[in-house]
Design a protein around this ligand. Structure first.
Ligand code: FMN
Length: 158
């Protein structure tokens, strides 16, 4: 059984999750991280989606990733930082390190529109977060181009 598990506060990562789910073969399930099953024994592939918080997978995702052992895993994420920026690449590497017993079969990440209130809070911090300059370009993402790119990666990797 294939499982798509995702964390999404404002809906961006959910868009990727729905796209991954549609592209996966049956049998399959999709669940928000709040409904993560106690046992993952029924699943061989887990596609896991998270958003970036302080340069890392969001806190709930970090706890969930620690519970995924010896599975094939596809990791996907959204972030305010530019796609393929050092910030985004480093965060995806951190996520991979959180599932050391798994085989990571692929990854994908793209920008996700940042809530203006979050931008305002970040602007007021004494130390400017590295993703803040990229945040204006995140408006409208993930867009259809991002979702097409993700679909192509899923088709290639699975
Ligand atoms: C509290 C908070 C912290 C964030 N920190 C980062 C960050 O460190 N790096 C980044 O690129 N984006 C950061 N963002 C932007 C989100 O990762 C981005 O908007 C993401 O697409 C949100 O996904 P969601 O809609 O699935 O919740 C942050 C957003 C919030 C709310």
């Amino acid at each position: 059984m294939n499982l798509v598990l995702y964390s999404s506060k404002s809906g961006n990562t959910k868009k990727l999750a729905d796209t991954v789910f549609a592209a996966l073969p049956d049998p399959k399930e999709i669940l928000p991280i709040t409904e993560m099953p106690a046992s993952l024994a029924d699943y061989n592939l887990i596609a896991f989606g998270f958003w970036l918080q302080a340069g890392q997978p969001d806190a709930a995702s970090q706890s969930a990733l620690a519970r995924i052992k010896e599975k094939d895993v596809f990791l996907f994420a959204t972030h305010g930082a530019a796609q393929n920026s050092a910030h985004a690449v480093k965060a995806m590497e951190s996520a991979q390190e959180m599932v050391p017993s798994c085989r990571v079969i692929g990854t994908y990440s793209c920008q996700g529109e940042v809530n203006p209130k979050v931008i305002a809070t970040a602007e007021s911090k004494p130390q400017r977060p590295p993703w803040l300059d990229d945040a204006p370009d995140a408006v409208g993402h993930p867009n259809t181009g991002d979702l097409e790119e993700l679909k192509a990666i899923i088709a290639e990797k699975l």
